[in-house]
Write a protein that binds this ligand. Structure first.
Ligand code: TXA
Ligand code: MG
Length: 358
């Protein structure tokens, strides 16, 4: 068990802020792991050039060794230190979306520790839009590998409290920078094939990317479970992900169909994950995660809501299905995965006539 220090960087003096950044930089330079806020989710940061340091991240999370990490940088020029093959698209995309919730996969030149790329010939790179993370990267003068700061498989942390719950005793330092602005992880875009391909949707949308590079594909695993024998372009897609302890069922349809379904199916331990304003109309305890037409709010609140449902003792969660337009695609992707792709189309089920007649 490690002793975990928690330092708040919220509303502190300039001198205290500087001390906190220096402490975090010293921690990663020494080969240890520090949890830092980013604009997407909190991350577990360590020196990407040191295999020993990176292995500590995998240990702290209980992460499978074959799931690679994103390398975080603070200056675009650092891309050239990690890849010898940087296409013009990478530069254009970085100009538009960095710093920000956007990660690019490029051919690796082998400079990062092999554990970072987990045996792949590529490297994922991101410049986060978080003053704390950027300041620590600059102060340490290192590229920093960082996955989300949750125990592997569980919902990502969007507040320091979430990190404290998951990581106390497992890492040395947690910096509290308040709640994350976006709440879902960065968009991951592969630039190693003929056409840029989204491997994980995020706050930078397919439309945003298209406006810069003309064409973009979306990996089929984004809204579908992988076939047993499928070739995996991003190893992270293989694993159980973002899941609370409770079983989650996503219910696609109108509020009325959702309500009817719950009225018919409910038993003890059932909770609802609904949109704002629906809580009082439901016959079971409910947690909301944003207004129905507000994908950004849903993204920001989804993981916190899933953690809250566990805290409340939910055994089974009936979730309202988000729109998959724009940032909604990221919300859908995370919620479908949290549900292990257990998604019920209420309209189809009703037409088939089997749902409520049991
Ligand atoms: O917003 C974010 O991206 C956060 C913050 C902390 O920056 N980080 C994050 O890291 O979400 P993580 O490790 O939880 O997710 C990284 C995803 C995984 O699905 C992983 O498989 C994929 O990126 N990935 C990393 N390197 C890759 C590579 N070389 N090729 C394909 N996929 C890669
Ligand atoms: Mg993660």
């Amino acid at each position: 068990m490690l002793k975990t220090e928690v330092l708040s960087a919220i509303n502190v003096s300039d001198a205290e802020y500087k001390r906190i950044i220096e402490k975090a930089a010293e921690t990663v330079k020494r080969g240890s792991v520090a949890a830092l806020p980013t604009e997407t989710v909190y991350g577990l940061f360590a020196n990407a050039l040191s295999g020993e340091a990176v292995r500590k991240i995998f240990d702290a999370k209980g992460r499978p060794q074959d799931n690679p990490l994103i390398v975080h940088i603070a200056d675009f020029e650092d891309v050239y230190k990690l890849s010898d093959d940087v296409p013009i698209e990478a530069k254009l995309l970085a100009e538009k979306f960095w710093p920000g919730p956007f990660t690019m996969i490029l051919k690796s030149n082998g400079k990062v520790a092999k554990e970072v790329s987990a045996g792949l010939s590529t490297v994922a790179i991101r410049m986060p839009d978080s003053k704390i993370a950027l300041d620590v990267i600059r102060e340490s003068k290192l590229p920093l590998a960082a996955p989300s700061a949750n125990i592997s498989g569980f919902p990502s942390p969007t507040s320091a409290e979430h990190v404290i719950d998951d990581m106390t005793g497992r890492i040395e330092l947690i910096i509290d920078g308040g709640d994350c602005r976006f709440g879902v992880e960065s968009t991951v875009l592969s630039l190693t094939g003929d056409v840029p391909k989204i491997l994980r949707p995020g706050a930078v949308t397919a439309e945003d990317i298209k406006s810069v590079v003309g064409a973009v594909e979306i990996d089929e695993s984004v809204l579908k479970p992988l076939a047993e024998d499928a070739k995996v372009s991003s190893p992270g897609m293989k694993y159980r992900h973002y899941s609370p302890k409770a079983q989650v069922i996503v219910l696609k349809g109108s509020f009325k169909e959702y309500l009817d379904y719950i009225n018919n199916e409910r038993k003890d331990g059932d909770f609802a994950l609904c949109f704002d304003g629906e809580e009082d109309k439901l016959p079971i305890n409910a947690v909301s995660y944003g207004a129905e037409n507000d994908s950004l709010a849903q993204a920001q609140r989804l993981y916190g809501a899933l953690r809250q449902l566990d805290d409340m003792g939910a055994k089974r969660v009936f979730a309202r299905c988000p729109s998959k337009e724009g940032v909604g695609l990221a919300v859908c992707n995370r919620l479908f995965r949290a549900a292990g792709f257990n998604v019920v189309d209420l309209e189809k089920a009703l037409q088939a006539g089997f749902l409520w007649q049991r």
